[in-house]
Design a protein around this ligand. Structure first.
Ligand SMILES: NC(=O)c1ccc[n+]([C@@H]2O[C@H](COP(=O)([O-])OP(=O)(O)OC[C@H]3O[C@@H](n4cnc5c(N)ncnc54)[C@H](O)[C@@H]3O)[C@@H](O)[C@H]2O)c1
Length: 694
């Protein structure tokens, strides 16, 4: 039984206990409904308190119910019963009441929460409209503008803000049960009556266009390309214009519709894929992994200092090791500046910043890695240098410590050969800036042990990153797809005479925050050239492979940092301006490589950029460099800006239909054999993943 019922004097308590997060399922709904019925029929009871054991009040629906039909009793029956109970009902919250959990609380007559509670309606992040009265009750409690903000952002607010808005009535002490009972007793003593939210006046005025415009502007970044917000507006408008019961019906219909949209299916796909990628076929997930208590990072450059911050932000003490004083000072300064900036921008308070910074201790000797559970090298991308650093580290660190490399292009297997027990060597491919970017490619070399992979995944989780295990091939997964697919096509199109602005604007319309040419200029064109130079020692690629970028690098036109690259920049301004020099350069290179200028339609531009990812992704799956198509989707949505609401490149291909994707790909490149196979069998990437899970 996940809900217990007890009576304390004249107050009844329904206590939910469904670890780990009190997700709402049929059992919880039935338990609460029965508690309402018992409270209703017992004349000795004057009020009902709903609270939860464990780390949080009900945090939301059990998401497995989304893909099946909802088992009885339905939310509407429970919420109606709560609201109509003839005695005060108090929701006593703590932790993170979200979505369905908050909808239950909103159907209670009074709400209180501990000071640390964070409350929110995150459904929009999954492309769903709340379906248990949230859009009808929330505006009655907090007004239209605040309701729109909560529903569009999906982000939680703290208890103090919730009280200011009227979402909760009281902030209670740290024990939600005791605080809830105490609040209920005070309400009884005051003679408080049931206060159903549905009886509150309908919010007025009816959602004005100016409110919509302002809200869309405030949430523009998160809502780019999205449609769920339109359902939110329609449903909120109904809260003002329709009788409550009619509003609920409309919301239920729109909510059911939202589940069927490709957008919602894509967002839920990525949500589940991020959870699934931590499970590796053939590796028992229950094996225990030693927690990382101390870490060391070798090299305090761009990546090393970012990785040190990522570790410190997770509370892990780090020894940051450099080869000379000047380089170390430079690295520590980057870190200090970064924390200072975070405090200035109000992201963290000064004490937190100081505590985190204090976890990073600079050192000039590898001996400082002696106690580390994991040591990550982030020195220059130079095979011999990295091998020598790893060889020196191996006898210093504890025999069970994980030795990791942040290489983006070298063979991890070959790097590991200098370490006495190479099974503990792994690639941890962080993305820049390493303390911000969520993706961590975890590279499995030929010798890497299962336990080392599990340790890498556990570290990713501790750093609040999404760890995706990838094979030790050319560019791993993300860079391989970018270099052999997306960016290669974008460059070829420059050679075919297409303006970079046009390519960027089409890809931004597709949903990337920035088109490939702007990204190239922002990252520094030389960065890609350096990675490719190393990669090409591993495997060759026929010309014209990134000849435009490499020529720009040779000319010193490195993008934003030098004021010209693919675009031109005015000093101190990051706005990309048209660059006549580029057109000259691409024309000369096109002549040299025998590429004729062509008129290329918009849809071809989009297809070549996006479907090249699908084709290379399919090759990667066949080569076993990624375990699942869904893992590739996680890499691209969390590390490369592929729009999450399209589900990642492989899911996107599934939504277009593999047959159709194959036909388009055949126009441009030889298709990956896996694509032909899937199309012939009438299967999708999702089917391919499923077959491998079983
Ligand atoms: N920059 C990126 O976007 C990026 C992304 C992913 C991975 N990487 C990889 O991360 C690694 C580091 O790249 P970066 O951009 O931070 O380079 P960087 O040039 O900024 O930093 C490298 C640092 O290593 C130090 N170093 C060199 N030899 C050393 C030694 N023997 N002992 C201790 N320190 C030493 C240097 O002094 C320098 O501070 C490379 O392998 C690179 O391929 C870079």
């Amino acid at each position: 039984m996940s809900v217990s019922f007890e009576i304390q004097g004249n107050v009844a308590v329904a206590l939910v206990d469904r670890p780990p997060v009190n997700a709402i399922d049929a059992g919880v709904r039935a338990g609460l409904l029965s508690a309402v019925q018992r409270a209703a029929t017992n004349p000795a009871i004057d009020a009902l308190v709903i609270a939860c054991r464990g780390r949080t009040f009900m945090s939301g629906a059990d998401l497995s119910e989304l893909s099946s039909s909802i088992a009885p009793p339905p939310y509407a029956e429970l919420l109606g019963a709560l609201e109509n109970l003839g005695k005060p009902v108090v929701a006593a919250m703590h932790g993170t009441p979200m979505g369905g959990g908050l909808e239950i609380a909103m159907a209670c007559h009074y709400r209180c929460a501990t000071a640390g509670t964070r409350l929110g309606m995150p459904e929009i992040t999954l492309g769903i409209l709340p379906g248990a009265g949230g859009t009808q009750r929330l505006p009655r409690l907090v007004g239209i503008e605040a309701a729109v903000d909560l529903l569009l952002s999906g982000a939680p607010i703290d208890a103090a803000r919730a009280r200011d808005l009227g979402l909760i009535d009281e902030i209670i002490g740290d024990d939600p049960l005791a605080g809830g009972i105490d609040y209920a007793r005070r309400l009884i003593a005051q003679g408080a009556k049931p206060r159903p939210t549905r009886a509150q006046p309908a919010p007025q005025p009816v959602l004005p266009a100016s409110t919509i415009d302002a809200a869309l502007a405030r949430h523009a970044r998160g809502l780019k390309g999205r449609t769920t917000q339109n359902l939110v507006f329609e449903s909120i408008r109904a809260a003002s214009t329709l009788p409550f019961e009619e509003g609920l019906k409309l919301e239920a219909r729109l909510s059911a519709d939202s589940l069927e949209t490709t957008e919602s299916r894509a967002l839920r796909h990525v949500f589940f894929a991020e959870r699934a990628c931590g499970r590796i076929p053939g590796i028992e997930p229950s094996r225990t992994v030693d927690e990382v208590r101390r870490a060391a990072v070798v090299g305090a450059g761009t990546m090393g200092s970012g990785i040190a911050m990522a570790l410190a932000d997770a509370g892990i003490p780090v020894a940051l090791i450099e080869r000379d004083r000047a380089a170390l000072d430079r690295g520590l300064r980057i870190i200090a500046d970064n924390y200072a900036q975070s405090t200035q921008r109000g992201r963290i308070d000064a004490a937190t910043a100081a505590a985190r910074q204090a976890l990073i201790a600079g050192s000039l000797t590898l001996d400082a890695a002696r106690d580390a559970d994991v040591v990550i090298e982030a020195v220059f991308e130079d095979f011999e240098l990295k091998r020598s650093v790893l060889a020196q580290l191996a006898p210093i660190v504890r025999p069970e410590a994980i030795i990791a490399s942040n290489t983006s292009s070298l063979s991890l297997t070959r790097l590991a050969e200098v370490v006495t027990n190479p099974e503990r060597v792994i690639g941890l491919h962080f993305f820049s800036p390493a303390n911000i970017m969520r993706l961590l490619e975890i590279v499995r070399g030929a010798h890497t042990a299962d336990a080392t992979i599990l340790a890498g995944l556990a570290l990713a989780k501790k750093l609040r990153k999404v760890g995706v295990v990838v094979g030790d091939g050319f560019g791993f997964v993300g860079n391989r797809m970018m270099l052999d697919g997306y960016f290669r096509e974008a460059e070829l199109m420059l050679l075919e005479g297409i303006a970079p602005e046009r390519i960027d604007s089409i890809m931004e319309k597709f949903g990337f925050a920035m088109g490939p040419n702007r990204v190239n200029d922002m990252a520094g064109i030389d960065v890609g050239t350096r990675v490719r130079t190393e990669l090409m020692k591993r495997e060759s690629r026929p010309p014209p492979y990134h000849v435009v970028s490499d020529s720009l690098t040779a000319l010193g036109h490195l993008g934003q940092k030098t004021g010209r690259g693919i675009y031109r920049y005015e000093a101190g301004d990051r706005t990309p301006l048209p660059n006549a020099e580029l057109a000259q350069l691409t024309r000369a290179l096109a002549d040299q490589h025998g590429i004729a200028a062509r008129a290329v339609p918009d849809d071809e531009i989009e297809e070549r950029c996006v479907l090249s990812l699908v084709n290379i992704g399919a090759q990667i799956l066949e080569e076993g460099l990624a375990y699942r198509a869904a893992d590739i989707d996680v890499v691209w949505t969390s590390g490369y800006g592929f729009p999450r609401w399209r589900g990642g490149p492989m899911f996107y291909a599934d939504t277009l239909g593999i047959e159709q994707v194959l036909r388009r790909i055949e126009r441009y490149w030889p298709p990956a054999p896996l694509l032909r196979k899937l199309a012939a069998d009438g299967r999708k990437f999702a089917d391919w993943d499923r077959a491998r899970e079983s």
